[in-house]
Design a protein around this ligand. Structure first.
Ligand SMILES: [Zn+2]
Length: 178
């Protein structure tokens, strides 16, 4: 069964879709998920108050990732082809899972670095650099030129842990409804 990932409002899924097919794709997928039936690009264009060509661009981007599927039928009277579209929400989740696995790996690497090394930053928090780099800058922030000091890595490690837990929790919830 096709469940509603975007219409349910998961921020991770929405941001992923925006990256893949642009901001209006969220609205497009939401309309399709709510409808639960095949729909034409003309109908979508009307509902989204967009040009049909713009809607087709979004659909093509989604199709490229396997999120949108179409069916082609010939209109016997006109001889033209009609395209009806449907959204595979499960595919959004699959792609998202792959992407988030990588994101979590990266966060974990950062986390282990943070645990091992002392980082330096200015009061404004422009940038965070390890000791060697800070020493090269003579402990002056390369962006605002104010003094850089060692920061508490425990706090950053906790912040990263929170980020990881947040991602994992949202994925778990999404996986349950699919
Ligand atoms: Zn600075």
């Amino acid at each position: 069964m096709n469940k509603k990932i975007i219409a349910s409002g998961f921020p991770l899924a929405q941001n992923f879709l925006k990256k893949v097919a642009g901001d209006p794709s969220v609205q497009l997928v939401r309309i399709c998920e709510r409808k639960g039936k095949r729909t034409t690009d003309e109908e979508l264009a009307k509902k989204m108050k967009m040009k049909v060509t713009e809607v087709r661009t979004i659909l093509n981007r989604l199709h490229y990732r396997g999120i949108a599927h179409y069916q082609k039928t010939k209109n016997k009277k006109t001889g033209w082809y009609n395209y009806t579209w449907e959204i595979k929400s499960k595919r959004i989740l699959e792609l998202l899972l792959e992407e988030q696995k990588e994101a979590i790996e990266k966060l974990k690497t950062t986390q282990s670095f943070e645990k091992t090394y002392t980082y330096f930053t200015c009061k404004r928090n422009c940038t965070s650099v390890p000791f060697e780099v800070a020493a090269e800058f003579q402990f002056k922030c390369p962006e605002c030129n104010s003094t850089m000091e060692a920061t508490n890595s425990d706090q950053r490690v906790k912040k990263i842990e929170k980020q990881i837990t947040g991602i994992e929790r949202e994925i778990e919830t999404m996986a349950k409804i699919i």
